[in-house]
Design a binder for this molecule. Structure first.
Ligand SMILES: [Zn+2]
Length: 214
């Protein structure tokens, strides 16, 4: 089983404490196979070119030991009007965070905007069942149609994680929907890296039957 962790922060984020190199070396030490770096777009701002170039350089340097993916975590509370989706053609993937927040952009406006993105896109720490309820829509079917993957965020900071790992009915719904699912540790400091949780969550998504493949 390949161990993936598609949600990690570096010093490019206001709340990240390590360099990109340190985050990659820590992931290698812990046996991660596919690592996504996903700093906050609102922290990176005009440093986006440097950010992408740095990750691409390290991706090459470490390519015999780990697959590094250049991602970005994009806020939706509200939707950032200054972020140009065209930039996403330089990225391996994007995560949109907290679409279930009461302050988040309207779901239908989000879906229109997301279509402008040219890389794979997923939802970070979002309770998609809560969204289904709020908008009275089968959001799993929407995600499948729009090709949006779902992050199981194993940081322990979000209730939907505990819900999905224990709720067989919801697991069956995700399995049947055919949507892709990823794992995100949402680590901000390598001293906090919880590889046990990351492995457990990888095993969990494997049982769900549709881990995202890069
Ligand atoms: Zn994050």
């Amino acid at each position: 089983m390949k161990i993936i962790d598609l949600h990690n922060h570096t010093k490019y984020s206001y709340d990240g404490q390590n360099s990109t190199r340190e985050v990659i070396e820590n992931a290698i030490k812990n046996g991660v196979d596919i690592l996504g770096i996903t700093d906050h777009q609102f922290s990176i701002q005009e440093n986006i070119t440097r950010y992408i170039a740095e990750i691409k350089g390290l991706k090459k340097e470490f390519s015999d030991r780990i697959t590094v993916l250049c991602g970005l975590e994009i806020g939706t509370r509200p939707k950032p009007d200054d972020f140009m989706p065209i930039l996403s053609k330089e990225l391996d993937f994007c995560l949109f965070e907290s679409l279930d927040s009461s302050r988040a952009v309207d779901l239908y406006e989000f879906l229109e905007w997301r279509r402008l993105f040219l890389c794979p896109t997923g939802l970070a720490h979002t309770d998609i069942f809560a969204l289904s309820k709020r908008y009275d829509v089968n959001f799993l079917a929407v995600m499948k149609r729009e090709n949006i993957f779902w992050e199981i965020n194993c940081s322990g900071n979000y209730d939907y994680y505990f819900d999905i790992i224990s709720n067989k009915e919801k697991q069956e719904m995700v399995r049947n929907s055919g949507i892709s699912v990823s794992v995100g540790s949402d680590t901000h400091w390598i001293g906090d890296y919880n590889i046990k949780k990351v492995i457990q969550t990888n095993e969990f998504i494997k049982k769900l039957g549709n881990p995202i493949l890069f």
